[in-house]
Design a protein around this ligand. Structure first.
Ligand code: BGC
Length: 441
């Protein structure tokens, strides 16, 4: 992955219920919703759209789902209009609405094993709660596709409205601007054909379970690398292949039960003014390449990264005006709309670098009115769900400088070390995340 260095990380939230309250990130309201309408401690029921309210982290006292907030709507890229009540229903396509998200057994086992290795009882009890929060299943090698089938079968057997979350992550010459997540396929060695077979196998699995919804994040960092890293030879060489293969994936996964979110990097990457318009154009180009009638649900941001959904200005990013995910999404949405790409998002704020939250920098005050304008409450209508894509506790790259997939970012002094290979369990990092969880688990 294209990473930022990280030392002190925190779980963005948590808390799990033994009562009728919805857990953090759970649904707590919306048309037709019959479940809990109050949220677990540390979260607040937040109006998202007429169909969906979600428990999001917050220090406010428990709030009922009936509360709404002034909402701004933007149609067709036009000027936002502010209203004082919930808008008329405009969007029934949010896949998360009314569905129960399947817990990935592989991750539950990882967390349980980690808990067994934590001697402090308080930390262990907190850590155990992480297993109750849905994460995504990463198909980072083709051999994991049958496991997707196993999970779909289990979700199907569970009955009701089940949703399985997974990541499509096996492009040839993967992670072209870094090394830490280099994959199994190479372009030079027939990797494009291998990838198409991988996608076909995924399609075959999801087709078997039409009653189970599947949300896929498609290729973290893949297209983003083509926006900013074409000076890297491996990325330049992969450009055409990435575009063709992501279009191929979209075209082959057009099923009513499947919802695709292409990865869109994060605010500190594609949020920069020079990058955001080319990014929107590239996403649209890839979608068009999937053929007429093909669609995606939207984009995923902040996967395996450390940006806050709503942050304060970060001197390290200055003068990027889109310094948090909310600003990025709000800036990106109209550009997507102009290019005919659906402006819906999921955001993965699970890894939050607490120490990166800066004090207000000099001059920030003069930008407050601007921040107020570019933080319109429309955001809620753009986000389908806050999700945990990166399973917290899994490494994002080894710090072993002699490893084949060593990436210098992982060896920097402010990176968590010693880190094992990407995707493998990183116990000390997990414990730090749990201990820094905000609000506490
Ligand atoms: C790794 C994958 C892993 C995923 C989730 C990626 O950075 O390359 O192997 O499955 O993270 O932890």
């Amino acid at each position: 992955m294209f990473k930022l260095s990280a030392s002190l990380l925190a779980l963005a939230l948590v808390a799990f219920p033994a009562n009728a309250q919805s857990p953090i990130y759970g649904q707590c309201g919306g048309q037709g919703w019959t479940g809990a309408t109050t949220c677990a401690s540390g979260s607040v029921c937040t109006f998202s759209n007429p169909y969906y309210s979600q428990c999001l982290p917050g220090s406010a006292t428990t709030t009922s789902a009936s509360s709404t907030r002034p909402t701004t709507t933007t149609t067709g890229g036009g000027s936002p209009t502010t209203t004082s009540a919930a808008p008329a229903p405009t969007d029934a396509g949010n896949p998360f609405v009314g569905y129960t998200t399947f817990l990935i057994p592989e991750y539950v086992s990882e967390v349980q094993a980690a808990v067994a290795n934590i001697s402090d009882a308080t930390t262990a009890a907190s850590a155990a709660k992480v297993a109750e929060i849905p994460v995504f299943f990463w198909m980072d090698v083709a051999a994991k596709v049958p496991t997707l089938g196993t999970y779909l079968a289990a979700a199907n057997a569970a009955g009701g409205k089940q949703l399985v979350q997974a990541v499509i992550y096996d492009l040839p010459d993967r992670d072209c601007a870094a090394e830490s997540s280099a994959g199994e396929f190479t372009i030079a060695n027939g990797g494009a054909a291998d990838y198409m077979a991988y996608i076909d196998a995924i399609a075959a699995q999801v087709q078997q379970y039409p009653n189970v919804r599947v949300v896929f994040v498609v290729e973290p960092d893949g297209l983003a690398n083509l926006v900013t890293n074409l000076s890297v030879e491996k990325c330049a060489n992969a450009q055409t292949t990435y575009i063709q293969l992501v279009s191929y994936a979209i075209s082959k996964l057009q099923f009513p039960n499947v919802f695709l979110y292409l990865d869109a990097g994060h605010s500190g990457w594609l949020g920069w003014p020079a990058n955001i318009t080319p990014a929107a154009q590239l996403f649209a180009q890839v979608l068009k390449g999937a053929g007429s009638g093909a669609t995606v649900r939207g984009l995923a941001t902040d996967v395996s990264n450390y940006n806050l959904l709503r942050g304060t200005e970060d001197p390290a990013q200055s003068p990027n005006p889109n310094y948090d995910e909310e600003l990025y999404i709000n800036a990106l949405a109209p550009l997507l709309t102009q290019n005919g790409f659906p402006a819906h998002f999921i955001v993965d704020p699970v890894l939050v670098l607490l120490t990166s939250v800066p004090p207000k920098v000099t001059g920030a005050t003069s930008r407050v009115p601007v921040s107020a304008l570019v933080h319109p409450p429309t955001l809620a209508t753009l986000i389908d769900s806050i999700v945990w894509v990166k399973p917290p506790g899994e490494s994002d790259g080894t710090s072993n400088s002699s490893a084949a997939r060593y990436d210098t970012h992982c060896g920097q002094s402010d990176a968590a070390q010693p880190a094992p290979e990407a995707g493998t369990w990183f116990q000390s990092y997990f414990v730090t995340l749990v201990q820094n969880a905000n609000p506490p688990l």
